[in-house]
Each structure stands twice: as C-alpha cells, then as structure tokens.
Design a protein around this ligand. Structure first.
Ligand code: NAP
Length: 284
C-alpha cells in the first residue's frame, strides 16, 4: 500500500475503507472482511453509529495497532465546545476500544468550530490524536481556520469524484499543506457512475472495472480515497488498483467529466446549514 505523509509527519494509506451507511449490525463483519482484504485505514464517525462495531472488528483482527490508521469524526458541538469536544472524543475512543486516534476530524463546518478546534489542538498536543483535520470545509472556511489557529488541519475530507473533481480546492490545500481526502469517491453510484461510458472504456483497456479506474484516478491525483462496500468481492476489487497506471491523456479525458457541482448538497446552502446544525446525534 502506498502512503502519503501528513503535515504532522504521520503516514496515511492512500486507500482506506469507509463505513458510512453500514448498519451497526453489519459493520463488524464488513470491517473484518475489509481488514482481511488488506485495508489498514478505517474511516468512521460518531454520527455513523457504528464505532463500537468497528472497534470489535479491530480487536478480533489481532492486527497490531501501529499497523492501523483509524479515523473518526466529531459531530457539531454547541458553544462552549471545548469540554463537549473532549467528552465526545473520549466517548468515541471508548466505543472504538482504542487509546488514541490516528486522525480526528471536525465532521461539519458548523457550530462552535473554533472551540472544537482548540480542544482538538490540545488532544493533538497530548498525543491522543496523531493528526487532526476537518471535513466538508470549502476554501473560505478552511483558510479562515488555518490563519486563525496554531495547528493547520492535516486533512480536509470532501466530496470528490469524477463529477465533482475539486482540482482548485486540491491546489489550495496543497499550498497550505492540507491533504485532500475524497468522500463519496463513487458518488455513491449517482449519475450512473458504474456504467459511465468513458470510465468503462478506459477500464476495458486495462481489464479493470469503473470502480477501479475511479480509485486509480483519485490516488494518482494524490487524493486519499475511502470507498465503502458491504461486499467482500468489491472490497477486494477496490483495493486492487496499484498494478496499472492511467496515462496523461486518460487523466485529461476524465477531467472533462467534472460538473464543478456537488451531487449531494452544498454546505453553503442556508437551508442545509440550518438542517445540519440542528441535527443532534446520540452520544456524539
Ligand atoms: P461511495 O464509496 O462513493 O459509494 C459506495 C456505494 O458504491 C455503495 O452503494 C456500494 O455498494 C457501491 N460500491 C462499492 N464498491 C463498488 C464496486 N466495486 N462496484 C460497484 N459498486 C460498488 O460512498 P460513501 O460511502 O458515501 O463514501 C465513502 C466513505 O466516505 C464513507 O463510507 C465514509 O467513510 C466517508 N464519507 C464521509 C462524509 C463526510 O461528510 N465526511 C460523507 C460521506 C461519506 P455495496 O456496499 O453494496 O457494495
């Protein structure tokens, strides 16, 4: 597995396994199969409600802790967020059965973000979170967070797939030393991604599936990917992307699929901000 080096010096696998929308009762099996398939980066969140099941799979795998890269996310916290964030962090760690995280992310750019970040800076200084970062931060909010705080986020996890490629955002992050990580790398199958003609044609040239072309395209761009699947054969397929390389011409052709717009929702849409900010998550 290839790795990227985060701005804290921590090494992160370029490809991992995401568990969003995997029901808790299926998560232990799915993560067990993902670990057996070779994944070492696991991406969960307090809001997914499946941290305990991820923790059980980690424990029963017998894989040494230092071989794993575990990410979880802090849900929106009211002010003053510093105490709430510490509590939420300890609750996540306890559910995961771990004594530290490799990466702790602010899940949404809402609520008392600065209070959350100050608490996360402390957790990072204490060595409890080897790296800290954010998710769903558009450039304006990301830069504001960077220039007004001591620790620069190591990662910004954002919607990134062939129909919303985020090249400008990636460049801005690169300038600030922030690693881009894709969520929804397959756009959750929207826009008929898995039968998209150009991606299918490129895949056929290598004997690879559309999913493999997408993951190769992401990782070749330096974007960390965390595909989700509940099926063992797809987990194996999705990690088998390091034995071929897309040409410059193919990368340029895929660039033409970009619509420059989210396929899900815009985190700057006031109605969505209101909906998300009022959503409370149990134990988060
Ligand atoms: P995704 O990875 O884009 O797509 C998952 C979908 O693709 C599932 O329906 C899965 O079905 C299917 N799939 C997987 N591999 C396939 C293959 N080889 N061929 C055909 N279909 C395949 O969606 P996502 O789960 O939303 O995003 C990935 C991860 O990003 C999440 O799990 C989560 O960890 C993270 N995320 C973060 C945020 C955030 O706000 N920070 C938001 C969303 C997601 P099966 O399961 O049936 O195989």
């Amino acid at each position: 597995m290839q790795h990227v080096t985060l701005n804290t010096g921590v090494q992160m696998p370029v490809l991992g396994f995401g568990v969003y929308q995997i029901p808790p009762e299926q998560t232990e099996r799915a993560v067990t199969e993902a670990l057996a398939a070779g994944y070492r980066l696991l991406d969960t969140a307090a809001a997914y409600g499946n941290e305990e099941a991820v923790g059980r799979a980690i424990k029963s795998s017998g894989i040494a802790r230092e071989e794993l890269f575990v990410t979880t996310k802090l849900w929106i916290q009211d002010a003053p967020a510093q105490d709430n964030t510490r509590r939420a962090f300890e609750a996540s760690l306890s559910r995961l059965g771990l004594d530290h995280l490799d990466l702790y992310l602010i899940h949404q750019p809402f609520g008392d973000v600065y209070g959350q970040w100050r608490a996360m800076e402390e957790l990072h200084r204490d060595g409890r979170a080897k790296a800290i970062g954010v998710a769903n931060f558009y450039p304006d909010r990301l830069v504001d967070l960077i220039v007004n705080n001591e620790v620069t986020p190591a990662v910004n996890q954002i919607e990134t797939h062939p129909f919303f490629q985020r090249a400008d955002d990636q460049e801005l992050m690169r300038e600030h030393g922030v690693q881009i990580q894709s969520w929804g790398g397959f756009a959750e199958g929207r826009n008929d991604l898995f039968t998209q003609p150009l991606l299918s044609e490129i895949g056929a040239a290598y004997g690879k599936s559309v999913a493999q072309v997408v993951l190769r395209w992401l990782t070749q761009r330096g974007v960390v990917a965390i595909p989700k699947s509940v099926r063992a054969e797809r987990m194996a397929e999705n990690i088998d992307v390091f034995d071929f390389e897309l040409t410059g011409e193919q990368m340029a052709a895929i660039a033409t699929l970009d619509t420059g717009r989210s396929l899900f929702f815009d985190h700057r849409d006031p109605a969505m901000v209101r909906w998300l900010a009022t959503r409370r998550v149990d134990h988060a």
